[in-house]
Design a protein around this ligand. Sequence first.
Ligand SMILES: Cc1ncc(COP(=O)(O)O)c(C=O)c1O
Length: 378
Amino acid sequence: MTIAISTLARELKEQGKDIVSFSAGEPDFDTPRRIKEAAIEAIEAGFTRYTAVAGIPELLDAVCRKLERDNGLSYEREMILTSNGAKQSLFNLTQALIDEGDEVIIPAPYWVTYPEQVKYAGGVPVIVETSEENGLKMTPEQLKAALTSRTKLLILTSPSNPTGAVYSREEIQAIGKILEGTDVFVASDEMYEKLVYDGTEFTATASVSDDLYRRTVTINGLSKSVAMTGWRFGYLACPNVELVKKMTSLQSQSTSNICSITQKAAIPALLGEVDDEIERMRQAFEARAHEAAELINAIDGLSVRRPQGAFYLFVNIQEVSSDSMQFCSDLLERYGVAVVPGIGFGAEGYFRFSFASDIVTIREGIRRIEKFVQELRA
Ligand SMILES: Cc1ncc(COP(=O)(O)O)c(C=O)c1O
C-alpha cells in the first residue's frame, strides 16, 4: 500500500505535475564531511578487499565504545555484528531466532518491515494495538495479555517510526518486569536514538536492568542520525555469543562483510567525531517538528501530537476519513501531496508526514493539506 502511493507520486511527477513529497524515511541533509573524508582515505589506501564477516576489529571496537559512552553498556567484540543497514541486522535476527509458528509481539503502529520479516522467517506477528491515551505506546498489561508459551521475541522501537513516541526508563522497566522469568528476547530498535526533542531522554532498553541486558538484542545504525542511508551501515549488539555466531554465519553465507569503505567511514561517527553536526541536524528537525505540528493542529479535523523523537508526524484523520489509503491517494491526485497511509503501519485513521524536508516545502505541503481537508468537510 505504501509502495502504491510512492509509485503514483512518481507517475504524476513524470507527467509534469507539481508534487511535494513527505513520504521519505531519510534525512534531507548531506553526510558530514569528516565521514566522506574517511571513506576517501580508505579508497586511496586501497582498503577495498573482503574483511572479516562481522566487521574489522577497529570497527567492532568503535561500536563497543559507542555503546559504552552513550548508553553505559559493556560489550565485547564477539557480541557485535555489523550489517548492511539495521534492516539486515533485524533480518539476521529474525532468521536466526524464529522457528515455524513462533510468535513475535509487535506494538502497532509499527515500522512496516517488522511483520514482513517475521512472516518470512515462518513466525507469527502478534500485533498489539496501542491508543493515543497511552501515547501510542504498549502498556505492560497489554504485553502480559499478548504473551503465550510460543512468544519468542518482542520488538520495541523507541523513538518510534511512525509515531515519534519515546519509551521512558520507567516504562521500559515495567515492560522488563513482565518478561522476567520468560525466555522471550527483545529486539530494541534504537535507530532514531540521537533524534529526540524538547529535552526527551532516550533510554537504551539493555541499560535498564541486568535481566533486560541479557535478553536484549540492540539494533542501531547511522542511517538516520548521521544522514548515511545510502552507505548501508547498521549493527546489533547481543551478549548471547552463540546467537551472534549463528547470525554471523547466516550473513557469511548470504552477503558477507559490509562494504569495506563504509566500515572505515562509520568509525569517526561511532567515536563521536561528528556529534556537532548530528546536533545541528537534530535542532533543525526539532524546529520543523514544532512548526509542522502547530500548522497541522490548526487545521479543523486533523490532530497530531508533537513527536518526542524521529522525524515523522503521525496525524489523526479520524474526523474526516476512515480510509487512510483513500485519503492519501486523493490528497496526492488532487493536491499533489504525498504522505503515507497509516494502514501501512497497522493503524487506520492516520497518515505519516515526514518532516525531513526544508521548511518552505513543509509549509506549502501543509497549506495544500488544509485545502484538501476543507474540501472533504464542505
Ligand atoms: C525504525 C527503523 N528501524 C530500522 C530502519 C532501517 O534502517 P537502515 O536499514 O537504513 O539502517 C528504519 C528505516 O526506515 C527504521 O525506520
